[in-house]
Design a protein around this ligand. Structure first.
Ligand code: A3P
Length: 301
């Protein structure tokens, strides 16, 4: 019988290299293989992240910008498929003649289909908050992870070792950070989006194309205001069960708390220290460990 105090994962194999990708437990080899067959198209927009770093928020913003304020109706995955779960066939079913295809993925850089003209928007978040959010993620999706008695401390230990889904947080962010200056990559921080949604939304629109940027500003920034409003935490939390329609307890909405520093309510001082050492060890060589220096409230207790 599975240990219900930790998430159950599926270890799926790259069909060519044999490399392993760790998926939530209820996925199968066919999901991984189909995902790897997808060929990126020139006007695709990839929303890339490690789990729980603000992916859904970013997806919603991108959608609102591309669709001139028209909201996503129903489950977000119907409009923005997830590469590793939905795979090649579903992605190719999307008609991209009017609007670019938007693809969500938690795959590491090497596994994400590349096209020199496609756009890649990566979002990350301080790993202490991302870990806490991941705990509630697993608690909310017990059927995926088969972990009814999930234990926070055990999950923490797995998280810092990288023994969690999609190769873990630390290597994921390192690889994408090194690519941040390429012209078709935009590297974003959850915390920047929290502090300055207007500035970050404009930055995203500019990256998507001059016409999108300009259309946000016409009529005194009417569309910009609409995008800010419709991607706000309160609006998204109200729509949470509709956006992510997989069954979850009502008390644990997917759009859960949306704050900076919730780790203070969960990590022990020892766990906090372990994270800090890891951030230094993994993030100092490439420089991503200083990403949050400008946000005093991220590390403050
Ligand atoms: P919390 O669990 O800390 O609340 P992902 O989409 O990558 O799984 O990330 C989910 C996290 O982003 C959750 O964090 C969720 O609440 C937060 N989030 C989603 N939409 C948000 C918004 N509009 N504003 C702030 N945070 C948001």
């Amino acid at each position: 019988m599975n240990d219900k105090t930790v998430p159950t994962y599926a270890y799926l194999k790259h069909p060519v290299t044999g490399e392993i990708c760790v998926y939530p437990g209820d996925f199968e080899q066919k999901h991984c293989e189909s995902a790897l067959q997808y060929k990126a198209k020139p006007n695709d927009v990839f929303v890339c992240s490690y789990s729980k770093c603000g992916t859904t928020w970013l997806q919603n913003i991108i959608w609102l910008i591309l669709h001139k304020g028209e909201q996503i109706r129903g489950d977000i995955r119907k409009q923005i498929p997830m590469l590793e779960f939905d795979g090649d066939e579903k992605l190719n079913q999307i008609d991209d003649s009017k609007f670019p295809r938007v693809v969500k993925t938690h795959f590491k850089l090497k596994w994400v289909p590349q096209h020199p003209k496609a756009k890649y928007i990566y979002i990350t978040r301080n790993p202490k908050d991302a870990m806490v959010s991941y705990y509630y993620h697993c608690k909310g999706f017990v059927s995926h992870f088969d972990c009814e008695d999930l234990d926070f401390n055990k999950l923490f230990d797995l998280y810092v070792k990288g023994d969690v889904e999609f190769w873990g947080y630390f290597d994921h962010v390192t690889e994408w950070y090194q690519k941040r200056n390429e012209t078709n990559v935009l590297f974003l921080l959850y915390e920047d989006l929290k502090v300055d949604p207007k500035g970050e939304i404009l930055k995203i629109a500019e990256f998507l194309g001059k016409n999108y940027f300009e259309s946000l500003l016409v009529e005194n920034g009417k569309l910009l205001q609409q995008v800010i409003q419709d991607s706000s935490f309160s609006v998204m939390q109200t729509a949470s069960a509709e956006l992510i329609s997989l069954p979850r307890p009502k008390s644990l909405p997917f759009i859960r708390k949306g704050v900076i520093g919730d780790w203070n309510n969960h990590l022990s001082s020892e766990q906090s220290k372990i994270m800090e050492e890891l951030i230094k060890e993994k993030g100092d060589p490439s420089g991503w460990s200083s990403l949050w220096d400008k946000h005093e409230n991220v590390w403050s207790i």
